[in-house]
Design a protein around this ligand. Structure first.
Ligand code: MEV
Length: 307
């Protein structure tokens, strides 16, 4: 039974701005989602967290079609609320639709029996959904001997991320799919996904991930809220986060950790101005700054994990 162990991720810098074409630096973390799959005549899903469900193949594939139609509609109307409502309505909906999409996109007629085990907390900003998306694609294609290369797995995982988050940047799934420390930037005709492990080979000690509470809004909703901000307010902040990201690469190469901390603190301030921080995160960031450290939210924000 092919089994894939996919890491979660943490944004060192660049979340939200990455949606607008700015670069981000994203690192894999030691928490993982393990997905195994084998051929079946049904869609059977066993999740260590949620229990199990069985669907007819046609049920999952038809549901996937409806969900993708809803996504297209959301894209045209620049409003994914109906899609997000459907995904929120039942925690199995994403899994059912995602498996249906993978089967459709890979032209697979059969079904799959899938097992999912993850220790990446949901809603934490640590890439629980992107690791799951990558794991589902990797395991299903392997069960049917498709031999997709890593880039193809990542491209299809992005389509799964879209039904969860609307129009995500693709950074999260790329970090989970490629691992290590990744430089990611949305670009045409191809996104830039650059492993930084050779440029920055040394480890940087002293990072701690801190849980601040379950976010009330999903990543898609938080991204939408930022999109709803006045463009003249949003744009300069996104630009500045992008500039800080370029500087962060230089600073990390030079091991200039004093400047690294300033960049992280400024990044947090800009994210707060974009409305994705919380009073708890602001307070923790203030205390950490007060003792000479640096702290920022991770991922979409609104709660979740801090770095
Ligand atoms: C979420 O982990 C990161 C965001 O930048 C969204 C995205 O990149 O798609 C907020």
């Amino acid at each position: 039974m092919p089994s894939y162990s996919v890491p979660g991720k943490v944004h060192l810098i660049g979340e939200h701005a990455v949606v607008y074409g700015e670069p981000a630096m994203i690192a894999a973390v030691g928490r993982r989602c393990v997905v195994s799959a084998e051929k079946s005549d049904k869609i059977e899903i066993y999740s260590a967290d949620f229990g199990s469900r069985t669907y007819e193949i046609s049920e999952a594939v038809d549901f996937a079609k409806d969900v993708q139609a809803l996504w297209k509609d959301g894209l045209a109307k620049k409003d994914f609320s109906p899609l997000f409502q459907l995904m929120r309505a039942d925690k199995w909906n994403f899994r059912k639709a995602a498996i249906g999409i993978v089967l459709r996109e890979l032209g697979i007629d059969g079904g799959v029996s899938i097992s999912i085990k993850s220790d990446i907390p949901i809603g934490s900003g640590l890439g629980s959904s992107s690791a799951l998306s990558v794991g589902l694609v990797a395991a299903i294609q392997a069960a049917y001997g498709k031999q997709l290369v890593r880039e193809q797995i990542n491209d299809l995982a992005y389509k799964l991320e879209c039904i969860n988050h609307g129009t995500p940047s693709g950074g999260d799934n790329s970090a989970c799919c490629f691992g290590g420390l990744v430089w990611f930037q949305k670009a045409q005709p191809k996104n830039i996904i650059m492993p930084l492990n050779e440029e920055i080979p040394h480890s940087i000690d002293g990072f701690v991930l801190l849980w601040t509470g379950m976010p009330e809004r999903t990543t898609g909703e938080l991204v939408q809220a930022v999109r709803n901000l006045d463009e003249n307010y949003r744009k300069p902040r996104m630009k500045e986060i992008g500039q800080l990201c370029y500087e962060m690469k230089t600073v990390l190469k030079a091991r200039n950790y004093a400047r690294m901390k300033e960049i992280i603190n400024r990044n947090q301030q800009l994210l707060a101005e974009l409305g994705v921080s919380t009073p708890t995160i602001d307070r923790i960031a203030e205390v950490v700054r007060g003792i000479g450290g640096a702290a920022k939210l991770c991922g979409a924000g609104g709660g979740g994990t801090m770095l």
